[in-house]
Design a protein around this ligand. Structure first.
Ligand SMILES: NC(=O)c1ccc[n+]([C@@H]2O[C@H](COP(=O)([O-])OP(=O)(O)OC[C@H]3O[C@@H](n4cnc5c(N)ncnc54)[C@H](OP(=O)(O)O)[C@@H]3O)[C@@H](O)[C@H]2O)c1
Length: 257
């Protein structure tokens, strides 16, 4: 990813995994790279760490306002970021923003389900649609054969909890029905996109970050954001067209859909 100048956009970059990804990408970036750190509330207290990081790396990090549950906000983000990408287009889109309200079938309401879908599924879908022309530019202008995250790629941050094959074994542990359904939809979208845009040379993958200590993952989670993102970036750097449409974890293990 850092081998040549590239443009990367990450949603939900003000805290948790998104913020850690920006931090680690800064350390790996070469001159000319641009990291667009998406967050829905750039001026709020919860974006302070990102603001401080961006201040330290003004030529590298740009904070962009985007609420992925709001389709107008997604369109506005593309209008703002698109012209800043230049001839290289968008190399990498990381659809990371996500929510996981704790509800089961008895407690969930239609409104809650719609909100979960808006952020976890519609958001990544509309981000991908809006930025598709720029991903196509990146793929065309790269001059590289095959597929990779340093050519043109979309990484959808998924969860092992979306696996139908593992649904039985994970049920008692993880009965957050709305979240799991939304991420299963995200997985399906990843596969559909991989097939639809194969000829464009754009790589699509669904990545499970592990069970990570963040606000979403909780204090008792198994690994730190550092370990998760180190693994995810290692996996992302290794991806080729062979993994187009794949569902992998942060160690590169293939997960069953
Ligand atoms: N942590 C885990 O164990 C784990 C496991 C599997 C998958 N994941 C996935 O990893 C991703 C990141 O999770 P995390 O653990 O880093 O969670 P987190 O610490 O709760 O952070 C979530 C991020 O998403 C942002 N976000 C939520 N709704 C948004 C919206 N409508 N528009 C824009 N940004 C929005 C949040 O922004 P605000 O600050 O504005 O709320 C925040 O930056 C999620 O997709 C999650 O499903 C996490």
């Amino acid at each position: 990813m850092a081998a040549k100048a590239c443009n990367i956009l990450i949603t939900g970059a003000n805290r948790g995994l998104g913020l850690e990804m920006v931090k680690q990408l800064v350390a790996k970036s070469c001159s000319g790279c641009q990291i667009f750190a998406g967050c829905r509330d750039p001026d709020s207290a919860k974006s302070q760490d990102l603001r401080e990081l961006a201040k330290k790396h003004p030529s590298l990090i740009r904070i962009v306002k985007v609420d992925t549950s709001n389709m107008q906000s997604v369109a506005d983000c593309a209008k703002k970021v698109g012209p800043l990408l230049g001839k290289g287009g968008l190399t990498l889109l990381v659809n990371n923003a996500g929510v996981m309200p704790h509800n089961n079938m008895k407690t969930i309401t239609a409104k809650e389900m719609q909100d979960i879908f808006s952020t976890n599924l519609l958001g990544p879908m509309m981000m991908t649609k809006e930025f598709l022309p720029y991903l196509q530019i990146a793929a065309k202008s790269s001059g590289k054969p095959g597929m990779s995250c340093s050519k043109a790629a979309v990484v959808n941050v998924s969860t092992v909890g979306a696996s139908m094959a593992k649904a039985h074994e994970m049920f008692e542990l993880f009965n957050v029905v709305g979240y799991r359904i939304s991420k299963a939809g995200l997985n399906m979208m990843t596969v559909c996109n991989a097939l639809e845009f194969k000829e464009d040379g754009i790589l699509f993958v669904a990545l499970h970050p592990g069970w990570v200590r963040t606000d979403l993952g909780g204090h008792d989670a198994a690994i730190s954001t550092t370990e998760s993102i180190e693994g995810m970036l290692r996996v992302m750097e290794s991806l080729t067209e062979k993994q187009n449409g794949a569902y992998l974890d942060y160690n590169g293990q293939v997960l069953p859909f």
